[in-house]
Design a protein around this ligand. Structure first.
Ligand code: HSE
Length: 436
């Protein structure tokens, strides 16, 4: 079957990430989408400096209008940002009957009503998962996974730059301006960083989520925004003394009289999971009447993370081009004829670290025997702890943390340790996963 040709507008941080993810995961993406996806064309302001992705094989242009009017292009991916030329190009692409995928939160929050109407009229789709909370699939979760619920409220840390600033101020006592400069250097901040620190970027994202949660038109102009630039070290410290953390939160809540739509610095009890979302990470807490609270956490910005959501939207559209409506999303996510025979490993081949507890007699040479066995099985000990016996000559617990090892080697080591005359009872093992 012919590949689906896409045109990418903007090869900056997210545009390059999109090309990279599509090329790196090409085979798996084809198995999921059912068709090859080809980045046929890409536009950028200039190609004088190198891009963050390979551009060989992509027809490049500085005139994005060429792409949105190219009859070969089925999906236009708008990653320019802003509401000027981006809006113009998206409207043109839709008018030309092309599907659009965008990461542009300002565009959707401010002009989404107009763009969606145009898409309806033309029978095409606009995918905008990447516009809210970067790589977290929060739009899909709310629009599909939580569709049974009446959503009561949602609250999110939806600006990585602001969260990074507040985290560094709290943990390291750093100054606001100093941390902001670092976030800009890391490529997280908006072109105009006041969008981050004054809550405008978060309000764009909140506006989109509120419309999906409550079924109301997008109304960015009615969102209340208050920034974090007035937060001082003093406030951060007093909040901590009172058992709270200060987070820049976007809150959308349904009340008897209307919908609250607000972004402002907020004190949250430190025991709440969302209060512990630190650095540039994002999280959204959604309260549904049936499911209760659900929490979504992940990278809210960055090249590959945002591309993850852009590419997911592209795959969704390709699936819809391809298959009958009832099979739009294959049952297992991959096309039925694209399942492959990768073996499931027996537990003896699993690789993890371990916590071990051994009860031994308190006499010379026991520890040496244990560590010799571990060494012979190629197991490296990361930490070891021996407690004093409760009584003279009694049994002592020896606690070890190991580095990663294949389970069959650990089985062999444990069997040998248990066979030592000085070892009492069986060895207690707990697998350790750092999940980092
Ligand atoms: N400036 C945004 C942030 C980028 O810091 O979260 C992602 O929208």
């Amino acid at each position: 079957m012919q590949s689906v040709k896409i045109g990418v507008l903007g090869l900056g941080t997210v545009g390059s990430g999109t090309v990279n993810v599509l090329s790196r995961n090409l085979k798996e993406i084809t198995r999921r989408a059912g068709r090859d996806i080809e980045v046929a064309r890409a536009a950028d302001r200039s190609f004088d400096s190198p891009k963050g992705c390979e551009t060989d094989g992509i027809a490049l242009t500085t005139d994005a209008h060429e792409i949105v009017s190219d009859p070969e292009i089925q999906i236009v991916v708008e990653l320019i940002g802003g509401t000027g030329i981006a809006r113009e190009l998206v409207l043109e692409a839709l008018s030309n009957g092309k599907h659009v995928v965008t990461a542009n939160k300002a565009l959707i929050a401010m002009h989404g009503n107009e763009l969606f109407a145009k898409a309806q009229e033309k029978g095409v789709t606009i995918g905008f998962e990447a516009a809210v909370a970067g790589g977290i699939p929060i739009i899909k979760a709310m629009r599909e996974g939580l569709a049974a619920n009446s959503i009561e409220w949602l609250a999110g840390i939806i600006n990585g730059t602001g969260n990074f600033i507040l985290t560094e101020m709290r943990d390291k006592g750093r100054d606001f301006a100093d941390v902001l400069a670092e976030a800009q250097a890391l490529g997280y901040a908006e072109a105009d960083p006041t969008f981050d620190v004054e809550g405008i970027d978060a309000a764009h994202k909140l506006t989109i989520m509120a419309s999906i949660a409550f079924g109301v038109p997008l109304q960015f102009d009615k969102a209340y925004t208050e920034g974090i630039s007035e937060i001082s070290q003093e406030d951060v410290k007093y909040a901590a003394e009172l058992g709270y953390r200060i987070k820049h939160l976007g809150v959308a809540k349904k009340t008897d009289t209307g919908i609250e739509l607000r972004v402002h610095p907020t004190m949250i009890p430190e025991r709440r999971l969302i209060a512990n979302v630190d650095g540039v990470m994002n999280a959204v807490l959604v309260q549904g009447d049936a499911v209760g609270p659900t929490l979504y956490y992940g990278a809210g910005a960055g090249s590959d993370a945002t591309a993850s959501a852009v590419v997911a939207d592209i795959i969704d559209i390709v699936r819809s081009l391809n298959t009958a409506p009832e099979n739009r999303v294959p049952h297992l996510g991959f096309q039925d004829d694209a399942l492959i025979d990768t073996p499931i490993l027996p537990v003896s081949e699993v690789i993890t670290s371990y916590y071990l507890r051994v009860h031994t007699e308190d006499k010379p040479g026991v520890l040496a025997d244990i560590t010799r066995i571990m060494g012979e099985q190629g197991i490296s000990i990361e930490a070891i702890l021996q407690k004093e016996p409760e009584e003279q000559g009694g049994i002592v617990p020896v606690i070890m943390l190991t580095q990663q090892v294949v389970e069959k080697n650990m089985d062999a080591a444990i069997a040998q340790i248990e066979a030592l005359a000085s070892v009492k009872n069986s060895v207690m093992r707990i697998r350790v996963e750092s999940l980092g």
